[in-house]
Design a protein around this ligand. Structure first.
Ligand code: GDP
Ligand code: MG
Length: 391
């Protein structure tokens, strides 16, 4: 019989030096002052030491897994960085979006305030919106409305048409959706966030960056590496954990049962008293049915110990219609509670925000605007539209 070793690594750095901690109560216990963000992991003085916590808090194991007690990871820790708070990030990062939307706002506004605004021009405006992946129906709706508004206002003044366009775009993005991330613990149970999506969309990166956001905002976080398909995926998550001071629960080999790892991660999170457990998953598309079954199982197994508060679907904004098709498949298999739209820095297709929200009836909660550790931002409709328009 194969045994699955769950390795629990925890990296805790205390102010001014390094210290190992065994079975800590982490809640509200911040991982120390750390070091300035931007310093590369694994360099410099004051590196943290790795300790261990036990994932075995006496709870019954799920019947279909065979999990040995955790063993000390003993891995070397890098320098723990202190990420900046997440508030206002989208505003700071909007240059990334504006760069990728080359001409979108300028072309639209040029047409709207240009010499002639006839049927052909309105068709062009609609086409630009469709080309930005907004979707045909929302683009038509926006154009119909804007057309009426421009007529009623009786103006072609650039500032005025810009204000009308901005308001209509914000409405399409829907400022009333609840985009709050549910990451607050429930009494002595941590909040649980499940990250899903196909390979390469940015799940593992988002797990790490979200951990940074939460830790920067004062929470404690544990990461679960339930992508057991490739050992490199767990290593990647562990690197993120090491940088921000989040414990990581992982299997010791490729192909281990992902649901077991998820279960152990949540159990370890409860034992350690962290605020939030973030579980990374695999996204091999060629085994679609298997993948969906696996995600369902991961969720059910976690629910033996805690509530899954968020199922975040990570979508690559550059994949357009293909991404939308993926989203549909995932939404049928798991209750997606929020969308993370990555790689918005590399596309002129910002309209995908509108299309995917319509498709799934679920809000975009986070956006990725680069590959850097702090390039994940809470989504804000007005700041997003301003960036699209190149304000
Ligand atoms: N430009 C850009 N690259 C990103 C973004 N998010 C993730 N990536 C990159 O996408 C690649 C795949 O990310 P990864 O997290 O490993 O995807 P996973 O397979 O879903 O876990 C990595 O090279 C990331 O750096 C983003 O917002 N912008
Ligand atoms: Mg991954």
């Amino acid at each position: 019989m194969e045994h699955v070793l769950i390795i629990v690594g925890i990296i805790v750095v205390v102010a001014g030096g390094a210290s190992a901690l065994v079975v800590p109560r982490l809640r509200r216990g911040r991982p120390g002052t750390g070091h300035a963000s931007g310093q590369p992991a694994g360099t410099g003085a004051g590196a943290g030491a790795a300790g261990t916590i036990t994932a075995d808090d006496g709870a019954a194991r799920p019947p279909d897994t065979d999990v040995l007690p955790p063993v000390p990871a003993g891995q070397a820790a890098g320098v723990v960085e202190r990420p900046p708070p997440s508030a206002g990030r989208l505003v700071r990062l909007r240059g990334r979006l504006a760069r990728s939307q080359t001409g979108f706002g300028a072309v639209l506004l040029g047409l709207l305030s240009g010499a002639k605004l006839d049927d052909e021009t309105w068709d062009q405006i609609e086409e630009i919106l469709i080309t930005a992946d907004m979707g045909v129906a929302p683009a038509r709706q926006l154009v119909d409305r804007l057309r009426t508004e421009v007529k009623v206002a009786g103006t072609r003044d650039l500032a005025e048409v810009r204000a009308l366009l901005r308001a209509d775009l914000i409405e399409q993005v829907d400022p009333n959706l609840d985009r709050a991330l549910r990451t607050e613990p429930h009494g002595d149970r941590p909040a649980v966030v499940l990250m899903v999506g196909v390979n390469g969309t940015g799940k593992t990166t988002t797990c790490g960056r979200l951990a940074r956001v939460l830790i920067g905002d004062g929470q404690t976080v544990l990461l679960g590496a339930a992508d057991t398909f490739r050992a490199a995926a767990a290593d990647q998550l562990q690197t993120w954990g090491g940088r921000v001071g989040a414990a990581v629960v992982r299997a010791d080999r490729e192909g281990a049962d992902p649901a077991s790892v998820a279960f152990e991660a949540v159990s370890a999170g409860i034992a350690a008293g962290v605020d939030t457990v973030i579980v990374d998953t695999a996204g091999r598309l060629h085994t679609k049915t298997g993948l969906m079954d696996e995600l369902g199982k991961i969720k059910r197994v976690i629910e033996k110990r805690a509530t899954v508060d968020e199922v975040l679907l990570v979508l690559d904004a550059t994949t357009g219609q293909n991404g939308l098709r993926q989203a549909r498949v995932f939404a049928e298999a798991v209750d997606v509670t929020g969308i993370v739209l990555t790689k918005l820095d590399g596309t002129a297709k910002g309209g995908i925000v509108v299309a995917v929200q319509r498709e799934l009836g679920v809000p975009v909660k986070l956006v990725g605007l680069g590959e850097g550790p702090d390039d994940l931002a809470p989504f804000e409709p007005a700041a997003f539209v301003d960036a699209l328009l190149g304000v």
